[in-house]
Design a protein around this ligand. Structure first.
Ligand code: 1CP
Length: 346
């Protein structure tokens, strides 16, 4: 199998390729999840990892925001730590906390204990993607993986972290352990993306959510080569690659050079500035996720500014600057989606 032919002419893929579009494509990071009552209902009594490994539930949860909002892409319902769980790392996703790793990685032996990922580890992913592609028809499915730095942060810290201090200490103080860990995660991310594209995903997003914690020098020396490898291998699969991080104004040009077709811009960077920094690539973003709490007319006026700014880019995919906040009113996202899709580009 390969990327879904039905979605090849979608506005999402056209914008990612830098082609003219009838409207700016729109989807939202974390469009599935806690902001949707129908999600809370199907998740009742089912753990997060358990739901990610149940293909029927993954199909249902991924489809929920597509049905409700009519967005121009689905994002596969999973988590960046799921492939680690699949190869046998002892971890859980705790409600209200996030990923928690039982035995944090500190030594070369710890890294070497983590197996490489093969398709046999994730048959439920293949099954869920195949089921989704059938249901989605012409709507593209975005597959994703966590980038080496962001995934390393969970493995080394043992859970969510604000300053990533232990992770950076390993990066600068134990280069051989760091290098082995980054290579390991890059292999897992690459293999995981290949499984999703082979089953029919039309695009991939590499989430380096916490890369904004790095200086450009450390990013370029210790992180970028590993993310580049993942993006290069995804490029060989023939799908557009979106590369996203938070607080990355200083890294946007490097994140493009790492091998992205589309660079995600968070809301703190004016989109005009993001477009200058990424050069001849498409951009994704970047409405402040809290604007859904503003009066509708204020939210839509700001969305209009984002769309206008995006016209200067090689291609523009509308999104929030980071994930949907759980207390978001779905009706506001519905209005926002309709506004973006009917905004005249002519
Ligand atoms: O029980 C629950 O509902 C748990 C909440 C939750 C959900 C809905 C977590 C725990 N992960 C997810 C799904 C998820 N995670 C998706 C698919 C949903 C969608 O986009 O529609 C995706 C793409 C992710 C990716 C992810 N997980 C990232 C990168 C994206 C980002 O937001 O920057 C990161 C950093 C994670 C780790 C993670 N998983 C869950 C939480 C609460 C966190 C963040 C923890 C922290 O603050 O460090």
């Amino acid at each position: 199998m390969s990327p879904s032919p039905a979605a090849a002419d979608s506005v999402l893929l056209a914008a990612a390729r830098g082609e003219a579009v009838s409207h700016t494509p729109v989807w939202y990071m974390r469009q599935a999840g806690r902001s949707l009552p129908e999600y809370l209902k199907v998740r009742e009594g089912v753990g997060m990892l358990e739901s990610c490994m149940d293909p029927d539930l993954v199909v249902e949860i991924t489809m929920q925001p597509v049905r409700r909002y009519g967005v121009d892409a689905a994002i596969f319902f999973s988590d960046i730590v799921l492939p680690l769980k699949a190869v046998g790392v002892d971890l859980d996703i705790k409600a209200g906390v996030g990923p928690v790793v039982a035995e944090p990685v500190r030594t070369l032996a710890d890294v070497e204990r983590i197996p490489d990922l093969t398709p046999d580890h994730v048959p439920f992913i293949t099954q869920a993607v195949q089921g989704l592609v059938g249901e989605l028809g012409a709507t593209p499915l975005i597959g994703f993986a966590g980038a080496p730095f962001t995934v390393a942060s969970y493995l080394v810290e043992g859970g969510p972290s604000k300053d990533h201090a232990k992770t950076k200490a390993m990066m600068l103080g134990a280069p051989e352990v760091w290098d082995a860990l980054m290579r390991k995660i890059a292999q897992i991310a690459s293999a995981y993306l290949k499984v999703q594209v082979d089953a029919g995903a039309s695009a991939v997003q590499l989430f380096d959510s916490w890369a904004g914690a790095l200086t450009p020098q450390d990013y370029a020396e210790h992180v970028m080569p590993h993310s580049s490898r993942v993006l290069a291998e995804a490029g060989e699969l023939g799908v557009p690659r979106i590369h996203f991080g938070v607080g990355t104004t200083n890294l946007l040009s490097l994140m493009g050079e790492a091998g992205a077709d589309v660079v995600g811009v968070d809301w703190r960077t004016p989109l005009e500035r993001g477009i200058e920094l990424v050069g001849d690539r498409a951009v994704q973003g970047n409405l402040d996720p809290t604007l859904v709490f503003a009066p509708t007319d204020v939210m839509l006026a700001r969305a209009g500014q984002v769309i206008e700014a995006g016209r200067a880019a090689r291609g523009h995919i509308f999104n929030l600057g980071h994930g949907v906040i759980p207390s978001t009113d779905p009706d506001q996202l519905k209005r926002l989606t309709e506004f973006v899709q009917s905004y005249p580009l002519g």
